[in-house]
Ligand binder design. Sequence first.
Ligand code: NI
Length: 203
Amino acid sequence: MNKDMNKVMNKELLVKVCLRVNNFLKNNTDGHDVAHIYRVYQNAVYIADNIENCDKDVIILSALLHDVDDYKLFHTKNNENARSILISCEVEKDKIEEICNIINSVSFSKNKKPATIEGQIVQDADRLDAIGAIGIGRTFAYGGCHKRTLQDSIEHFFKKLLRLKSLMNTDVAKDLAEERHLFLLKFLEEWNLENNSLFNQEI
Ligand code: NI
């Protein structure tokens, strides 16, 4: 793998990793599906293109593999799934460690800022997919899948989604988050309006 920003990652490796990730997430219905992975990958590449001196290959691989050992989805230890994919794709040992460290530092529940710019970019890329229209869709998909009420999903906006804008690490992600955050507020306003108008109706 190269460290040169302008060289694109080896296509063969990219395809191999994507196919293996697809095997793990193809049946997912709670918002952690392959489309989520693809959007996070795209977000990460977009952010990385605007930042000098970052290892794009590490960013791309971490973005693609960030959910294959998620505790909500799998009961693996020590990034077992990510490691098996990377080993089968013949990625170097030190890179595998770097990627696993990033994956372990991006989760919202861990509540920490990744130590490296590569980790910070992947965390921002994942968080961007949790807000805006996509974030709303994913929140209700997750809620439905895990037998949560609609009100539980609305509460998730306050526990997590509305906090993400101010937790972005990079300026690029902060800019992208702005509009998506406004859309969350607009949605909540409309949600309240429609609920209240129902209750105020004379029957
Ligand atoms: Ni994710």
